[in-house]
Design a protein around this ligand. Structure first.
Ligand code: LLP
Length: 415
């Protein structure tokens, strides 16, 4: 089996061994070319329409990555005041930020109003709250089209069993509340879920969403959400999300809608994972190799505090082994569980994987770690959050986030 990272020359002028010597492990390593290529793909999704793509920064809010998104012409969606704050620091003006709020306090809603970003509300009660705080204001409402999709129940964000959005049958109530506070519903948004490789449920949801939109006279934009998948089983040749066919089908749907309704609004999408997942690998050090009652383990420093997706959603991440700066692709293989250093028996990055026979001091390279990797990392067990490095388009490595220090663990205490 050849190495994916070698095929795409992921590490440019350097290699995992040199990177680990310089920056330590665990280490998130990004490739600028892959990142920009994905950003351009989403930015160019609907060339025949008025269109902007938002990058969903919950997937990754590294300052350098946000600045690249800004350069590539992406707008962003934010899910919290913290995300708005960071986007502003990265240079995004308010009009390029969309706040997709969910169960926020009055203070948080007021913060977003004061920052001048367009807000989407997620329920009738939050619509009332917005009305009380900002009578006469403009906003968007998140509609739950009744259809969801995603790689796991925990990431399906529309349909009849989720907390998100206003149910379609409550649309008349949206109008009543808007009238009461003289609000202008200038946008509608939806997000059906995360990581679908089949775009048909998404198109089906867009179809109903467009139908609901016809009930709103003041619309300036419609935001269809994100969720476009990336192949996590690339070592087994899983095909990519078919963006070209998706693009053509979505274009057709929107062209027809514009022709039959005579409406012309700005269309938006909100992909996160598709933009950033494949641009990053996570390097970990192998500190032990052991056998317990017939099960073999590769003991690394990639604990669930660093990458929690496998533990939370049983997510699959492909794994490569590097030794002396090169991927190990030949020789004998063994079945191992690749585990971390956290005090939990569920701390397993990759369970029962056939890998090259692995030794202490090898480097484990976990693929597709750019989305919901660092952004979901934590200090559990008082472990330090890792550093992040970018392999630039010229092939050089640049530190884009320093590793935490022990002192960082004390920053919220008076000691
Ligand atoms: N827009 C909204 C309103 C969202 O809630 C999300 C993700 C996105 C856009 C971006 O979705 P994407 O294109 O990245 O699929 N932590 C989970 C995924 C949670 C997704 C939450 N919402 C994971 O690691 O798979």
């Amino acid at each position: 089996m050849d190495s994916y990272t070698r095929q795409v020359n992921f590490f440019g002028n350097t290699d995992p061994e040199a990177l680990v010597k310089k920056y330590g492990t665990p280490l998130f390593v990004y490739n600028e070319d892959i990142l920009r290529k994905q950003m351009r793909r989403v930015a160019g999704l609907l060339p025949n329409h008025r269109f902007t793509s938002n990058f969903s920064i919950k997937t990754n809010s590294n300052m350098t990555i946000l600045k690249i998104a800004l350069e590539e012409g992406l707008n962003c969606d934010a899910m919290s005041p913290g995300e708005i704050f960071v986007l502003k620091k990265a240079g995004f003006p308010s009009e390029r930020i969309f706040y997709v709020s969910n169960n926020v306090s009055e203070e948080e809603m007021q913060y977003a109003i004061d920052e001048g970003v367009v807000i989407s509300v997620d329920s009738l009660s939050q619509l009332e709250m917005f009305g009380r705080l900002n009578r006469g204001g403009k906003l968007s409402v998140r509609i739950n089209p009744g259809v969801g999709a995603g790689h796991h129940d925990k990431v399906v964000t529309a349909g009849k069993k989720t907390k998100f959005g206003v149910a379609a049958q409550d649309i008349p109530k949206i109008h009543e509340i808007a009238q009461k506070y003289d609000l202008h519903i200038v946008g509608l948004n939806q997000h059906i879920g995360s990581l679908f490789m089949d775009y048909k449920p998404f198109l089906e949801a867009c179809h109903s969403f467009l139908h609901y939109a016809e009930d709103f006279d003041e619309l300036e934009f419609l935001d269809f959400g994100g969720g476009f998948g990336t192949p996590y089983h690339k070592l087994n040749d899983e095909p990519e999300f078919d963006i070209e066919t998706f693009k053509a089908e979505l274009d057709k749907l929107l062209t027809e809608w514009k022709a039959t309704t005579g409406r012309d609004v700005l269309f938006k999408t909100e992909p996160g994972r598709y933009v950033v997942a494949e641009s990053c690998v996570l390097l970990g050090g192998v500190h032990s190799v052991k056998e317990n009652y017939g099960h073999k383990y590769v003991g690394t420093d990639i604990g669930m505090n660093v990458l929690i997706r496998p533990e939370l959603y049983d997510s699959w991440h492909d794994v490569e082994i590097y030794r002396d700066g090169k991927p190990v692709t030949d020789g004998p293989r063994e079945v191992y569980s690749v585990v971390g250093n956290i005090c939990e028996s569920g701390d397993i990055v990759a369970k029962d994987r056939e890998l090259p026979v692995t030794k202490e001091k090898d480097i484990v390279c976990v693929l597709d770690a750019g989305a919901y990797g660092f952004s979901m990392s934590s200090n559990y067990n008082n472990r330090l959050r890792p550093a992040e490095v970018l392999i630039t388009s010229s092939g050089d490595d640049v530190l884009i986030r320093r590793r935490e220090t022990l002192e960082d663990l004390l920053r919220c205490f008076d000691v």
